[in-house]
Design a protein around this ligand. Structure first.
Ligand code: ADP
Ligand code: MG
Ligand code: ZN
Length: 567
């Protein structure tokens, strides 16, 4: 781009003549002007929003090299190749290069023969990295995927925290931090750590072409297979799973059914990971089955669906992962199978983590927000955008908008369920898991029911009006709202919580979702109050009040866990 000094091209000119795009999108123009004039900026745009141009064009407009910090070694090469194709002088420095290439890149940088230099953060922060930059003229620093600076975030990279050094060493060089995921506290953290009086550019996070869907998980893998076969045969997609094992099993299962599925997780050999990534990017219709190790920054426009077999642990994670679908603007789907196991598993992960209490509290409030999104009976997009502080109206393109669930007041059923948990525990002196409690409610005389003499309980058979599936849905909702505790350390047994009382007292209403259209003749028994349950609830309420009195005296001194049922 030697011509640029003489011709003084402006931003528009570069956009049209180097990139070949007719116009800037959204906030791009404002960001470019601000950074080109030497200002710091925080840029929040959804994945696919066009963040790269926000630093690439100012780098060309300003004298010197634009230094781009990116945690994504795998993608630097792609980005640099794309830039070179446009005639932009770009290079990268990361651990994949041999010594001779590194030398060559360094030399070009020193001589000012580069417009853009991509660096992995650890490379930049190394002694030689900082020395090199000290010898170069720098146009700007761009910090891509800037949310990695956040200790609370799911992509935390310790090196990112050290990037504050850029501000100290090069106070006169503008910095631009970019990310697709940042709730309000993360935005503050990025600004505090990386910028100085930076201006924030926040564009809409709406991805209107993505249809959000959450289905009740029964047999997740079979549901996934069915989803792909019936709605996305031959399409490119990504399937996210929590564990490496699941990734491999699901990839094998899909492949066994003729789908071009490949596994991807951090435990695979680097060469295999790279080859799967290449195939995903180059071939048509590849379905990548992956852990969250896959995808940050993936720029493949025609991903038609992103499926979650396990729920992500935060809305940021969900938003970023689903955001990889439909970057070309064409219709795409975000599909998630969600069940009680997700609630239990994610809570368990927080509990077992070695993080401090503040972190656990934060993780658990993020998880609660994610659970509320998964349980929502109203527009998912409104909730999703609301989480990022963006107001919107019902979208008409999510499952709940397209097929509004019929809500049935199930408070009384919830009272039966809680009472039954309580009764079983009271008679047997031990707690029971969901299957057993549901058997008792539905009046099923299983071997276990008989062994514990639970068919003699007053709660035996009082819930025959609901299917097992309904009971599970109810239980899942209660667990998601901390109204029941599932103890994964002890065979997933159920405990009442301090807040269970609110339900028993009727102070908190619970609703069941019915996805079938209201007209279908198969509607189950109505939820007209049944005296037996009312009596039970009142009865248990008294016990709860006694428990509370006891608890307030004893619990504080002895640190009794919230789910202890009776003295
Ligand atoms: P992000 O980093 O925000 O996820 P990218 O910078 O990778 O997004 O851009 C996403 C896609 O949009 C790329 O294919 C890019 O070339 C394209 N793009 C960006 N800005 C424009 C524009 N002004 N006009 C047309 N296409 C654009
Ligand atoms: Mg990007
Ligand atoms: Zn909607």
């Amino acid at each position: 781009m030697n011509a640029r000094l003489d011709a003084r091209p402006d931003a528009e000119h570069l956009l049209q003549h180097v990139w070949g795009y007719p116009a800037f999108r959204g906030m791009q123009r404002d960001v470019v002007d601000h950074v080109a004039a030497g200002g710091d900026a925080l840029v929040l745009m959804p994945t696919g929003g066009g963040k790269s141009l926000c630093y690439q064009i100012p780098a060309l407009l300003r004298a010197g090299i634009g230094v781009v910090v990116s945690p994504l070694i795998a993608l630097m090469q792609d980005q640099v190749a794309a830039l070179e194709e446009l005639g932009v002088r770009a290079a990268f420095l990361n651990s994949t290069l041999d010594a001779a290439t590194v030398q060559d890149v360094q030399q070009r940088a020193r001589r000012g023969e580069l417009d853009l230099l991509y660096m992995a953060p650890e490379r930049l922060l190394s002694e030689s990295g900082l020395r090199l930059l000290g010898q170069c003229r720098i146009a700007l620093f761009a910090i891509d995927e800037a949310h990695c600076v956040s200790q609370w975030g799911h992509d935390f990279r310790p090196e990112y925290g050290q990037l504050a050094v850029l501000r100290e060493r090069w106070p006169e060089v503008p910095r631009i931090a970019l990310t697709a995921t940042a709730d309000v506290p993360t935005r503050q953290e990025i600004a505090e750590r990386l910028l100085r009086d930076g201006r924030a550019f926040v564009s809409s996070f709406d991805r209107p072409n993505i249809r959000y869907r959450v289905v009740e998980k029964r047999d997740g893998r079979a549901q996934l297979l069915n989803f792909i076969r019936t709605e996305h045969a031959g399409d490119c997609g990504v399937v996210y799973c929590l564990s490496r094992n699941t990734v491999e099993e699901v990839a094998a299962m899909l492949a066994g059914h003729g789908i071009r599925a490949l596994p991807y997780h951090a435990g695979l050999p680097a060469a295999q990971r790279a080859s799967h990534l290449r195939r995903f990017l180059d071939e048509d219709g590849v379905v990548m089955v992956a852990t969250i190790a896959f995808g940050m920054g993936i720029d493949k426009p025609d991903v038609r669906f992103v499926a979650h077999l396990d729920m992500p642990r935060s809305i940021e994670g969900y938003f970023q992962e689903t955001g990889r679908a439909g970057r070309d603007g064409l219709p795409a789907q975000a599909w998630m199978a969600y069940g009680l196991s997700d609630v239990v598993q994610q809570r368990r992960l927080i509990e077992l983590s070695e993080a401090d209490d503040a972190y656990k509290r934060l993780s658990s409030s993020k998880l609660d927000a994610m659970l509320a999104l998964a349980e929502a009976a109203d527009c998912r997009r409104v909730r999703l955008l609301g989480y990022f502080d963006e107001a919107s109206g019902p979208c008409g393109n999510c499952d709940n908008c397209l097929n509004p669930p019929e809500l049935v007041d199930a408070t009384e059923s919830a009272q039966k369920l809680l009472s039954c948990i309580y009764r079983c525990r009271q008679t047997s002196g031990t707690s029971f898991a969901a299957t057993h409690i549901i058997d008792v409610l539905r009046g099923k005389r299983s071997e276990k029911v008989e062994r514990h003499n639970h068919h003699a309980l007053s709660t035996f058979g009082i819930g025959a009006d609901l299917s097992e599936q309904d009971w599970r849905q109810l239980l899942r909702q209660l667990a998601a709202q901390h109204l029941v505790e599932v103890d994964p350390a002890h065979f997933n047994v159920l405990h009442l919580t301090e807040s269970s009382r609110e339900v028993l007292r009727g102070a908190r209403r619970i609703h069941l979702k019915r996805q079938e259209p209201a007209a279908a003749g198969k509607r189950r028994a109505s939820s007209t109050p049944r005296p037996v349950a009312q009596a039970l609830a009142a009865d248990d309420l008294a016990l709860f009040e006694a428990l509370r009195a006891w608890r307030s005296g004893v619990a504080r001194e002895h640190g009794v866990p919230a789910y202890v049922v009776l003295p």
